[in-house]
Design a protein around this ligand. Structure first.
Ligand SMILES: [Mg+2]
Length: 150
């Protein structure tokens, strides 16, 4: 399986627990880190948490790099701060687009808003303070708006 894992609010919540879990998962699954900041910043953050490429994950997929490569408008504010921004709608739909492009089977994140427009094949798992719960809305193929209306 191809598993996407968020960093902030997930791995950062329990680095030692995730160090063990990611070591195990990487032996049988393909683990992708799906995180907001530029790839290099994410890699350094993970190194500081004791999480390393090859050992704990295969590849980092940066949301901001993905949006920039997709031609979406992104901006750094304040300039030189390493804090990158995009429009709200563009931002919250980005992880679903990444899941689609990367054929992810599972995406683990602490923000349920990223489940908006999740492709049918991707199971969204909400991480909430050590608990993981399956939010398989993606299976229905419904958008967040349709879900709210139903
Ligand atoms: Mg997060």
């Amino acid at each position: 399986m191809r598993i996407g894992v968020d960093v902030h609010g997930v791995i950062t919540d329990d680095p030692e627990g995730f160090e063990r879990w990611l070591t195990e998962q990487s032996q049988v699954n393909e683990v992708f880190i799906v995180s907001g900041p530029p790839e290099r910043d994410v890699e350094i953050k993970l190194q500081n948490l004791g999480i390393f490429r090859g050992e704990h994950y295969r590849e980092i997929i940066s949301v901001i790099d993905f949006l920039r490569d997709s031609g979406e408008k992104v901006w750094e504010d304040p300039p030189g701060s390493g804090q990158w921004w995009a429009g709200d709608k563009v931002w919250w739909e980005a992880k679903a687009k990444i899941a689609y492009k990367q054929d992810l089977d599972i995406l683990i994140d602490d923000h349920e808003k990223y489940n908006n427009n999740m492709p049918m094949r991707t199971m969204f798992i909400l991480y909430d303070g050590g608990q993981m719960s399956v939010k398989a809305y993606g299976l229905s193929g419904m958008t967040l708006k349709e879900r709210e209306d139903s």
